[in-house]
Design a protein around this ligand. Structure first.
Ligand code: G3P
Ligand code: CA
Length: 282
């Protein structure tokens, strides 16, 4: 599958594919049946507006709010376990200051899984989430099953040499709706080597230009995922013309959600999947 995608990525830009063919680009999820384009609802770090980010509580809340897919951030412990956490340290989202006061500002990768499992990753968000643990990637995959897709971000993978192959191994055979992405595009090339069948995404802070989009298409990237702040209909069309899809982050107001829908994006990453679901009309 990947070689075909690589070939298409190289050829499509030159051909400027007809819209009808592009509309047939396989999406991770089925069309709702009304004939219109379907925009995926992706819960950012779980439903992180309503539950502590990157915890299984946020994952369950995302599913309750009818997210199609759940975005998480993956890092690695000192003993080689893959865990969900966004920041470089534990200070903001756990009680590390109480449990390991001398190491509160130490990097995530200096803690073992057993140590991380001693932390409370929920109380910072709300008392009702007290004791919520930091999950492993394996626990996430098990918990979600086939109830939603996963958008797995390799967070600062340069900090964790070899993490690309480890995530690939953890995911095993490709599963519908599971995508891996990163701001580190070299890491995504390594991931594609390790798991050529798993759809790959590239994140962008700044608006990608034509050369970057050509390069991404040539590398077999399926998802170009920029900040919504740099995204408009013209960019969506430039991405689509190269045979790729666009998912924007992190869109949290109804006004911005509607602007992105008007721009024609394929997926929206939001802290509030229920709000986006309502904007989409169910
Ligand atoms: O999925 C996109 C988004 O999560 C990237 O930004 O900082 O929330 O990981 P960040
Ligand atoms: Ca992320």
């Amino acid at each position: 599958m990947r070689p075909v995608r690589r070939m298409l990525g190289t050829v499509l830009p030159a051909l400027l594919v007809p819209a009808a063919l592009l509309a047939a680009t396989p999406a991770a999820f089925a069309d709702p049946g009304d004939g219109g384009p379907r925009t995926e609802v992706v819960a950012h770090r779980g439903a992180s507006g309503d539950a502590p980010e990157n915890t299984l509580a946020a994952v369950e809340e995302a599913i309750t709010q009818r997210a199609d897919s759940i975005e998480v951030d993956v890092q690695r412990t000192a003993d080689g376990e893959l865990v969900l956490l966004h920041d470089a340290t534990l200070a903001r989202t756990t009680d590390v200051d109480d449990v390991f006061p001398d190491r509160a500002s130490a990097p995530v990768g200096e803690f073992t899984l057993a140590e991380l499992k001693q932390l409370d990753a929920g109380s910072w968000f709300g008392a009702g989430f007290a004791g919520e643990p930091i999950p492993t990637l394996a626990e996430l995959v098990e918990q979600v099953g086939d109830r939603a897709g996963l958008l797995i971000e390799l967070k600062d993978p340069a900090t964790y040499p070899g993490i690309e192959a480890e995530v690939a191994a953890e995911l095993g055979d490709p599963r519908p709706g599971v995508v891996v992405q990163s701001f580190d595009h070299d890491a995504m090339d390594r991931f594609a080597e390790a798991a050529p069948e798993v759809p790959a995404g590239r994140l962008y802070d700044a608006r990608p230009g034509a050369a970057e989009l050509d390069e991404a298409a040539g590398a077999g990237v399926e998802q170009v995922n920029p900040s919504f702040r740099v995204t408009d209909a013209a960019l969506v069309e430039e991405v689509r013309a190269r045979g790729m899809q666009t998912g924007v982050y992190t869109v949290n107001t109804e006004t911005d959600m509607r602007r992105m829908l008007d721009a024609g994006v394929d997926r929206i990453i939001t802290d509030h999947p229920g709000v986006l679901r309502d904007v989409l009309g169910g």
